[in-house]
Write a protein that binds this ligand. Structure first.
Ligand SMILES: [Zn+2]
Length: 133
């Protein structure tokens, strides 16, 4: 026996409501697994799946933190000294996130390790309007 997605969404909402802000998808998965196992022993949930469910839960807000640090960000190209332009990627929430820099002059590009991985935070949302009502 396994919980269906509707049930999981409800449990994710419950867990986030009970704990307030959950600081990472790993913590979220742990809390949800603990709760689900009361009913379905042996239940497993990856942090990635926990996050995917949280994104579908109307009562849960998701914030994305990128681990930004100015330390590794060069002002000019380390190879030729020209100005650098940003390299962007889209995260799960479809937000543009700076992941590195590239040089149009010589083709140098560098991706910041410190910009990844993203950290996700989950918090309870109040006064939500449910679409199916
Ligand atoms: Zn360059």
């Amino acid at each position: 026996m396994k919980p269906d997605e509707k049930e999981l969404i409800a449990i994710v909402e419950e867990v986030v409501k009970k704990h307030g802000t959950v600081k990472s998808q790993h913590d979220l998965a742990e809390l949800v697994v603990k709760e689900v196992r009361k009913k379905y022993p042996g239940f497993l949930l990856s942090s990635k799946r926990a996050r995917a469910i949280a994104l579908k839960a109307p009562g849960v807000g998701v914030k994305v933190h990128t681990k930004k640090s100015g330390v590794d960000r060069p002002e000019t190209c380390p190879a030729c000294g020209s100005g650098l332009s940003g390299l962007y990627a889209r995260n799960l929430l479809n937000e543009r996130v700076l992941i590195g820099l590239s040089c149009e002059n010589c083709g140098y590009s560098g991706v910041f390790k410190k910009f990844a991985p993203f950290r996700y935070e989950f918090y309870p949302r109040k006064n939500i309007k449910r679409e199916n009502r």
